[in-house]
Every structure is written in structure tokens, then in C-alpha cells.
Design a protein around this ligand. Structure first.
Ligand SMILES: Nc1ncnc2c1ncn2[C@@H]1O[C@H](COP(=O)(O)OP(=O)(O)OP(=O)(O)O)[C@@H](O)[C@H]1O
Ligand SMILES: [Mg+2]
Length: 229
């Protein structure tokens, strides 16, 4: 489903070069739920951004399905990202002056052709029901708790029914009860067929996934199967 081959990522500013990732080789199968762990600054978000086509590697190849990402033109890439990938960001990235329901509809606005206003609304309502937020649709982000914001971010990531969900510390800012709830939602989505890659600092959350990849200083230092799919 996702293949990373000999990936290196260097961030260059005018004064310094940071080698954020090096020698990354990773294949994620369809239906897998993979967690990524490692200390702050080791490259976890960078790795997820590459998988989510939000950034390009300095060297190496990213494949979604059979096709290398570099073979797509910009427009096709944007479509691939919009249709195949749902991204849950480390900081929720909700738009504060839009209601919960409007926030969740955003990915559908970028889809040409399908989805009329009414069907977009319906899909957004379904996604919010899935994360248990049917009763908060008219609220604005500032009126929500951290856990609720995170659930809105999940609803927005899944509204277009993407095959791949990438989650950057989705339980990071939450207490353990709310964290468990978010984790249960992700497990349910995985059971329904989504391939999920999740960055986490929490061993207990990682242990609930199929596979744990460990990063240290930009390299992979572990890759273990925890449960078979
Ligand atoms: N846009 C950027 N420009 C320059 N350096 C960057 C940029 N983004 C990240 N880095 C550097 O790349 C390295 C990896 O960053 P990354 O955000 O991937 O870490 P992380 O593992 O997600 O950390 P955290 O657990 O704190 O979120 C860090 O040293 C960081 O300073
Ligand atoms: Mg990060």
C-alpha cells in the first residue's frame, strides 16, 4: 500500500542542514495498523508527511500502491492525496471560524464532480456520528474540549473514506480515557479496512497495533510485528 525505498530527507535553511531521515526502507501492507515511536525530533512527523504526500524526500522513492509518487503530475498528486489519504495532524488544524460540520466537509469541497451540497452534508454528519459528535455539529472549535477537537480532526480525515489514514500523535494531548476512546475509533476504522499509520509516544497505544516501527535520529532502529492482521 505504501512503500518507502532508500529515503533520505534533508531540511536546508540558509545556515544549517538537518538530516531528518536517512536510509528508510519500509513497506506497509494494505489493512495494517502500524505505530511509529521514537524520541522528539527523531523524524516521525517528517516520515508521516512523506507518506501523506505533503512533502518530498531528498532522495529515494515513495510509492502509493504500485506507482511511484514522482510519476504523477502535481494535479494528479493533489487528487491522489485527497482521495486516498486522510491526515490527522499533531495540532488539530481546525479552522476556527467554521462550525464543526463545515470543518468536516472541507476535504469534500476539493473533490470535483461528485458530492452535491446535500450529500457533502450527509457524509460529514455520518463521519461525525462515527466519532460520537452528532450533538456538537453546530459548535465552533473554540467551544470544544481537546478530545472533541481531536475527534473532529478524525471525522475530517475519514469523511472522504480514504484507504489510508495517517495520524500524528492522535492521543498525545488527551487524558487516558479519551485517548482510549480515540484509539477504539481508529481500531474500528482499521477493522473496516483502512490502512493506518500512527505516530505515538504511548507504549500502551502502540501495543494495540499490528506492528511497531522505532525511529532514532532519523533511522529505523526497530520493526516488530505485534499481532498478525
Ligand atoms: N521545516 C523544517 N525545517 C528544518 N528542519 C526541520 C523542519 N521540520 C523538521 N525539522 C527537523 O527535522 C528533525 C525531525 O523533525 P520531526 O518533526 O520529524 O520530529 P518528530 O519525531 O516528529 O518530533 P516530535 O516528537 O517532537 O513531534 C528535527 O530535528 C527538526 O528540527
Ligand atoms: Mg512530530
Amino acid at each position: 500500500m505504501i512503500t518507502l525505498k532508500n529515503i533520505e530527507k534533508v531540511y536546508r535553511t540558509s545556515t544549517i542542514e538537518t538530516l531528518a531521515l536517512t536510509n528508510i526502507n519500509l513497506h506497509i501492507q494494505e489493512g495494517e495498523f502500524v505505530s511509529i515511536m521514537g524520541p522528539s525530533g527523531c523524524g516521525k512527523s517528517t516520515l508521516l508527511n512523506l507518506m501523506g504526500l505533503l512533502d518530498e524526500p531528498s532522495t529515494g522513492q515513495v510509492k502509493i500502491g504500485q506507482q511511484a509518487v514522482t510519476e504523477y503530475r502535481d494535479k494528479e498528486l493533489a487528487r491522489l492525496r485527497n482521495q486516498k489519504i486522510g491526515f490527522i495532524f499533531q495540532s488539530f488544524h481546525l479552522i476556527n471560524d467554521l462550525s464543526v460540520l463545515d470543518n468536516v466537509e472541507i476535504p469534500l469541497l476539493y473533490r470535483k464532480g461528485d458530492a452535491t451540497g446535500a450529500s457533502r452534508r450527509q457524509l460529514a454528519q455520518e463521519a461525525l456520528a462515527k466519532v460520537g459528535l452528532s450533538n456538537r455539529m453546530a459548535h465552533f472549535p473554540s467551544q470544544l474540549s481537546g478530545g472533541q477537537k481531536q475527534r473532529v480532526a478524525i471525522a475530517r480525515a475519514i469523511v472522504g473514506r480514504p484507504a489510508i489514514i495517517l495520524a500524528d500523535e492522535p492521543t498525545g494531548n488527551l487524558d487516558s480515557a479519551m485517548g482510549n476512546e480515540i484509539m477504539a475509533i481508529l481500531q474500528q476504522l482499521n477493522a473496516e479496512g483502512s490502512t493506518i499509520v500512527m505516530v505515538t509516544h504511548d507504549e500502551t497505544m502502540a501495543k494495540k497495533t499490528h506492528r511497531l516501527v522505532r525511529l532514532f535520529d532519523g533511522t529505523m532502529v526497530g520493526d516488530s510485528v505485534l499481532q498478525t492482521i
